[in-house]
Ligand binder design. Structure first.
Ligand code: ATP
Length: 319
């Protein structure tokens, strides 16, 4: 496998309105192998779009280097742009063109013939439920319609490297499914590499080969889901919800042999990281019973990407 994207010591600093310098991306390095689906996850304002915007040549770099297919995007931005497709967060459709024209002009810019571009545009407009709107100006489109057209445009020319910046925001479940059908087909048939940001954790959990968790300008962890699971205190979690958590309960439960650690999730729920989940569950139940504490709910679950994300991006790490 070869590296389709290499990001080396990338930094972005912004000057804020009050003159302060804000470092949105703080010396990050990572790479993407050709053909992989990579998810870049982080809380709001972490710097994900800033990173994508630099890689896709829409935003200047403060320092560092970005290579697409081995070539610097600063030295040759035109070559870089030919290889990528981007669903940006903002609406960057041409509002003065119809939906059909947006797609056909885009396809032709990327070297498609008129007839190939027209036939692909018809296919994508049909798949994304826009066939009846093909001649309408995009300025009349709803947010969800514009998002669907942005997705169709990004995949028109079947790019080598596809950037999806929160692509399913504003899409209903049926269109989410259609988006993923197209993306997975491109990935399988054309070996298209996918760089995804999203706040819907089930998408990276289902589709990613590797995941990076990113916060305050830095990559906190990177790897497969199985590798990231090893970074949380245990592979399963028990959530214990009581009508009220009495003082010191966390501490008392954390002393059990079967339990690694306990942290307060919220006012009513404790997150318990067990050594042995079944034994811990039984011990917790009998302890609560003996102590006459009112249990509202107890749930044992496999550690999800949500749990990993929260663990890696919040101060109270529970380990
Ligand atoms: N043009 C700009 N000028 C000043 N600060 C900016 C600019 N663009 C982004 N920022 C700041 O950089 C930080 C990162 O923003 P960015 O949009 O990359 O975050 P994000 O991870 O994509 O967030 P979200 O999940 O909310 O989309 C934020 O604090 C934001 O306010």
């Amino acid at each position: 496998m070869s590296k389709i994207l290499e990001v080396k010591n990338l930094v972005k600093k912004f000057v804020k309105a009050n003159g302060d310098i804000h470092t949105a991306v703080n010396d990050i390095s990572f790479y993407l192998e050709e053909g992989e689906i990579f998810s870049f996850l982080g809380p709001n304002g972490a710097g994900k779009s800033t990173t994508i915007n630099m890689i896709t040549t829409q935003l200047s770099i403060t320092s560092g280097e970005i290579l697409i297919d081995g070539e610097s995007i600063v030295n040759n931005p035109i070559a870089a742009r030919q290889k990528i497709g981007v669903v940006a967060q903002h609406n960057n459709l041409d509002r003065g063109l119809s939906a059909f024209e947006n797609l056909v002009y885009h396809g032709k810019y990327f070297g498609m013939t008129q007839s190939a571009a027209e036939s692909k545009a018809h296919e994508l407009l049909r798949d994304f439920g826009l066939a009846d709107w093909k001649d309408d100006y995009v300025k009349s489109f709803s947010g969800g319609m514009a998002q669907r057209l942005k997705i169709a445009r990004a995949i028109m020319h079947e790019p080598k490297l596809l950037f999806l910046d929160e692509p399913t925001t504003g899409l209903d479940p049926a269109y989410r499914k259609i988006l993923w059908q197209h993306v997975l087909r491109l990935n399988k048939e054309n070996n298209t590499t996918v760089f995804l940001t999203t706040h819907y954790m089930e998408e990276p959990e289902r589709f990613s080969d590797r995941i990076a968790v990113y916060n305050t300008g830095e990559i906190k962890a990177i790897g497969t889901l199985a590798e990231l699971r090893k970074l949380v205190p245990s592979e399963s979690i028990i959530y214990v919800t009581l009508d009220k958590i009495p003082l010191g309960l966390e501490f008392r439960l954390s002393k059990f042999q079967t339990i690694k650690n306990v942290v307060k999730k919220d006012e009513k729920t404790l997150t318990v990281y067990p050594h042995d989940s079944k034994k811990a569950l039984n011990e917790i139940l009998s302890y609560l019973d003996d102590s006459q504490l009112k249990l509202e709910n107890i749930q044992l679950s496999h550690t999800t990407l949500d749990d990993i994300f929260i663990h890696l991006t919040t101060e109270n790490k529970g380990a």
